[in-house]
Design a protein around this ligand. Structure first.
Ligand code: FAD
Ligand code: NAD
Length: 405
């Protein structure tokens, strides 16, 4: 009998957990499993803001996929997915095609610019290792140019704008606030000349999060020199900087570095496949399949799940993507073996922690509010736990955050 072919697209949180769970559950003669990813490495997206600010080298954030995949169980292909053809049960890659019996899509998120003029051309986004590396190098380069640039053109080299004060924006400015003094020392620049400006359209930072914790975060970041422009929307991005609006008033802020952290969407390939999607996210069935396509599962940020308590979508998070990986691996094993029960997926949200640099954070964990070193400690424990689940204690020792305080 032919072995069923399982193809997993993307080795982000959802994809790699699905793959590593399947390799634990199924024997090599039960299924032919293929994992496709554009890079040879898996990266922890949740650390990219540190790489982008330059507070953590990107090699700490990525790991070789071959280190966690057993090649006798999983065939890893390093290639880029260009098209998903669900009617033909086929996936097109840059260098070939794959047929599947079961498909798992874990292609993650893309930056959502909401059609705002100039953002795609002139702003950075913290969306991958390569993007983060480029942001770090660009900021370094801007500082290095300062003393060699005419006085009337150099202020903007030291102005960094972060669009959005959601979790990504806040975690990034937290890292920047720690990195800027180092950069100033390196390039002989007065710290007071540097501006880190975080622009948020909503009336508060971290909209919807616990107000007491938000106040703590804002006050800690302001002490480190971060400026917040709240209730202020980015309307346009140009080569020179941004144009923002607060009510009727508009303002131009000149800046050599604009980082857009104000929204994400699912991978465009998902909607191009013909699945009904909202900003690249498919409202999946309770067992994480695409409605009408029993052979296609989606994990991670391209899946849309509604929280029945408030009738709103769950936020796209690594926490949920990891749990979905476990669920989908279980359900695939049931389908392959033709025995056992398919499980519905329900997120088990243990909490949310937002870092404010390596030594400070805010969070709600198991319903308890945390700030300062306790929250920061908890964030590192969460990160290390993930590495443990993925690759055991050796991976924690190799890549983990062992300096917990
Ligand atoms: P991703 O992690 O996005 O990975 C997708 C994978 O698919 C990547 O390996 C990519 O290279 C690959 N890929 C993409 N397109 C193709 C293609 N065409 N062909 C082949 N391969 C492809 N969530 C939390 O729960 N906690 C946090 O603390 C947290 N911090 C965050 C910090 C930052 C800076 C950011 C940006 C996000 C953070 N998130 C956090 C959200 C979290 O990172 C995402 O929800 C999570 O990464 C989604 O995982 P995923 O499995 O969908 O895919
Ligand atoms: P987000 O959508 O959560 O936040 C974007 C912010 O940008 C919002 O506050 C929004 O009001 C603002 N915004 C939108 N348009 C704007 C404009 N034109 N001008 C100024 N501000 C504008 O996006 P995110 O922060 O990238 O987070 C994406 C997902 O990743 C979320 O689900 C989040 O929970 C998750 N995440 C989690 C963590 C964590 O748990 N520590 C860290 C980072 C990201």
């Amino acid at each position: 009998m032919n072995k069923p072919k399982i193809v997993i697209l993307g080795a982000g949180y959802g994809g790699i957990i699905t793959a590593t769970r399947l390799q634990k559950t199924l024997s090599a003669n039960e299924a032919e499993i293929t994992l496709v990813n554009k890079n040879s490495y898996h990266y922890q997206t949740t650390w990219l803001h540190e790489n982008a600010a330059g507070t953590l080298h990107h090699d700490r954030t990525r790991l070789d996929i071959k280190d966690v995949i057993n090649p006798s169980k999983i065939n890893f292909i390093q290639d880029t997915v260009t098209e998903i053809k669900p009617e033909d049960k086929k996936v097109v890659l840059t260098h070939g095609e794959l047929n599947y019996d079961y498909l798992v899509i874990g292609l993650g998120f893309e930056s959502e610019t909401f059609g705002i003029k100039g953002l795609k051309e002139h702003a950075f986004s913290i969306a991958s290792i390569n993007a983060a590396r480029q942001i770090r190098e660009h900021i370094d380069y801007s500082f290095s140019k300062y003393h060699n640039t005419p006085a009337e053109k150099r202020d903007e080299l030291l102005t960094i704008i972060v669009g959005g004060a959601g979790f990504t924006g806040i975690e990034f400015v937290g890292e920047l606030a720690n990195r800027v003094p180092e950069l100033c020392k390196e390039y002989d620049i007065d710290r007071d000349l540097v501006r880190i400006v975080c622009v948020e359209a909503a009336p508060m930072v971290l909209p919807g999060f616990d107000p007491e914790l938000v106040d703590y975060a804002v006050s800690q970041l302001e002490k480190k020199g971060v400026e917040f422009k709240i209730g202020t929307a980015i309307k346009e991005c140009t080569e020179e900087g941004i144009i923002v609006a607060k009510g009727e008033e508009t303002e131009e802020i000149k800046s050599a570095t604009v980082v857009w952290a104000a929204g994400v969407r699912g991978n465009a390939l998902v909607e191009q496949a013909g699945f009904e999607a909202m900003r690249g996210r498919v409202k999946v069935t309770k067992d994480m399949r695409v409605p009408g396509y029993d052979d296609v599962f989606i994990v991670g940020d391209s899946a849309l799940l509604i929280d029945e308590v408030n009738n709103r979508p769950y936020p796209p998070t690594a926490q949920i993507a990891i749990q979905q990986g476990f669920n989908v691996a279980h359900n695939l094993a049931v389908l392959v073996r033709g025995k056992g029960e398919l499980e519905e997926f329900t997120p088990d949200i243990k909490g949310t922690v937002c870092s404010l640099g390596h030594d400070d954070a805010i969070g709600v964990v198991f319903g308890k509010k945390l700030t300062g070193w306790k929250a920061s400690f908890m964030k590192k424990v969460i990160d290390n736990r993930y590495l443990f689940v993925l690759g055991g204690p050796m991976l924690v020792l190799k890549k983990g955050k062992l300096n917990l305080l």
